[in-house]
Design a protein around this ligand. Structure first.
Ligand code: GLY
Length: 375
């Protein structure tokens, strides 16, 4: 029997992965969820439309090279089927002028055991992004009789799903951080909404960032859908734009996590890690002062690495401080250039989605200390 899909965490030996593509990527027009994601001082504000062809070509060249490096490590690599994103997105509930991309599969696909689930993203422009992965899902479905091909409940994304007048260009960084600390985000609790990149998978435990792209109702939904798993809500009050956990809190191997020093995990939420002898290390300073042009993400994509196995990690080639730290932490570091692809949706981890890692559903946190499960 062919087993295609299996992955319970981000560090067991990687054997099969999806790497995104930049083709047809569009900077989407503003909408209730994205207006908060684009930093106020970003040159992307007020700008939308297809991304320049030469940037797409450069990004694809690096993504293709990344795929080759992975294949050289014995990892099977699949690629999505690009759609034309420069077209209107319309449902009975909303209309927006364009889609976005199929560069970061990590935002869309969540692999838990033998299941790959398409997420319930809060951005209207991302409503049909899953379609780029459906040909692969169909292949896996035909080949692997145990593969569970799933779509989370589709959010309606009506105006009720967002706080209106939340976006305020005059708000200071300090005020923005107060909002994060108060768990005051642009999305409401009208329906479950989540990006797969907010979910850190750790065997029996799912640690999910509550922020601009994932709400508490999503966590309640996860609890009911996966009754055998434990669902934890994490907050990172130092992040003015809390979106996706993988530039903030990144496991390298069982027992070791790097944490963005500007976004430390609060004391009460650290307890579960400490009680189970996990070490939380502050990540190294990024090598860059600014993200690349037209990029949604911060310089902390420096942390956004892909762990290949408990001893091997791929780090972006220019992130010399992060590479040095990983080396000191006992990892073999493989540098791969990907900065030209950052603007299309993130770094090395974002640009992939797990299909198969060795290993099973381990219990890394038998001592359920702290109050992260109170969702
Ligand atoms: N949340 C992704 C970043 O820090 O850029």
């Amino acid at each position: 029997m062919t087993k295609i899909v299996n992955s319970w965490n981000d560090f067991d030996p990687l054997k099969h992965v999806i790497v995104g593509r930049a083709d047809n990527s569009v900077i989407p027009p503003e909408e209730p969820a994205t207006s908060e994601k684009v930093p106020v001082d970003s040159e992307m504000r007020g700008m939308w439309g297809p991304r320049p062809t030469e940037t797409v070509e450069k990004a694809n060249a690096q993504l293709d090279n990344y795929a080759k490096v992975l294949e050289g490590l014995g990892v099977k690599v699949d690629r999505p089927t690009p759609l034309q994103w420069n077209q209107e997105i319309k449902t009975p509930d909303f209309r927006t002028e364009s889609g976005m991309t199929q560069m970061p599969p990590r935002d869309i696909l969540l692999t838990i055991g033998n299941e790959i689930m398409a997420s319930a993203n809060s951005f209207r422009c991302r409503y049909f992004e899953y379609l780029a992965y459906w040909p692969l899902m169909n292949e896996y479905f035909e080949a692997d009789p145990e593969f569970k091909w799933t779509q989370a409940p589709r959010p309606r994304l009506t105006d009720k799903s967002y706080k209106h007048n939340y976006y305020d260009e005059k708000i200071t960084l300090e005020e923005r951080l107060v909002r994060t600390a108060n768990k005051d985000f642009v999305t409401t609790e009208a329906e479950p909404m989540w990006d797969a990149a907010d979910v850190m998978r750790m065997g029996k435990d799912l640690f999910i960032q509550h922020g601009l792209t994932t709400n508490l109702k999503a966590m309640e939904w996860f609890k009911r859908y996966y009754p055998d798993l434990r669902v934890h809500s994490l907050n990172f009050p130092g992040d003015p734009y809390p979106i996706h956990i993988d530039a903030t809190f990144v496991p390298l191997r069982p027992g070791l996590i790097i944490n963005n020093p500007h976004r430390p995990l609060p004391e009460d939420q650290r307890k579960i890690f400490e009680a189970n002898d996990w070490e939380i290390v502050s990540a190294a300073t990024p090598a860059h002062d600014e993200p690349p042009a037209l990029c949604y993400s911060s310089v902390w994509l420096s942390m956004n690495c892909l762990v290949v196995d408990h001893k091997t990690v791929i780090v972006e080639e220019s992130e010399v401080y992060q590479a040095e730290q990983m080396d000191k932490l006992g990892m073999n570091v493989i540098p791969v250039p990907l900065r030209d692809a950052y603007a299309f949706g993130g770094g090395l981890h974002c640009a992939t989605a797990d299909v198969y890692r060795e290993g099973g559903c381990e219990d890394y946190f038998p001592n359920q200390a702290g109050d992260t499960t109170l969702v």
